[in-house]
Unconditional design. Structure first.
Length: 157
């Protein structure tokens, strides 16, 4: 199984980079993992809707270069799944012959509608709001938890 994570922007905090590195290391036991950190478009301090839409479109062009397999855009209007349900989605992708699952985290302004439309599963972590950079750590933890569930590991309780 291959897991791709496409993210817009780089992590700024050392503790977040360390947490991500730990989960990526743990995932290496279960899958081939690729992280694609793409450049975030710079916007003015008070961007217009048109400026935001143009930035999202430009980011979408970068994303499309790496998106393959089962596409899972992370977006607020996506479905909320339990950890076992996410594990089942990842597992069923493999059973159905899709060897790659690509998760996509957009910028703080989200994702272009074209990227959302590419998704076979739109996923939301919560109705609550979290710091954008924390989303990467949370998603990596849930992917790792999914593989633990699929392998019958003791991590998931």
């Amino acid at each position: 199984m291959n897991i791709n994570l496409i993210v817009i922007g780089k992590l700024k905090e050392d503790y977040l980079r360390s947490a991500c590195a730990e989960y990526i290391k743990r995932l290496s036991r279960f899958c081939t993992f690729e992280l694609h950190e793409l450049d975030e478009c710079r916007l003015s301090d008070a961007p217009s809707e048109k400026e935001i839409a143009a930035a999202l479109k430009k980011e979408a062009e970068q994303i499309k270069r790496y998106a393959k397999g089962m596409i899972v855009p992370m977006c607020i209007e996506g479905r909320q799944l339990t950890s076992p349900e996410l594990a089942e989605k990842i597992s069923s992708a493999g059973v159905e012959g899709t060897s790659t699952v690509t998760f996509i985290i957009g910028s703080s302004f989200g994702l272009d509608p074209e990227i959302k439309a590419m998704g076979s599963l739109k996923l939301s972590m919560s109705k609550m709001t979290f710091p954008h950079q924390l989303a990467r750590v949370m998603l990596l933890e849930q992917i790792y938890r999914s593989f633990q569930i699929m392998s019958g590991g003791k991590y998931h309780k």
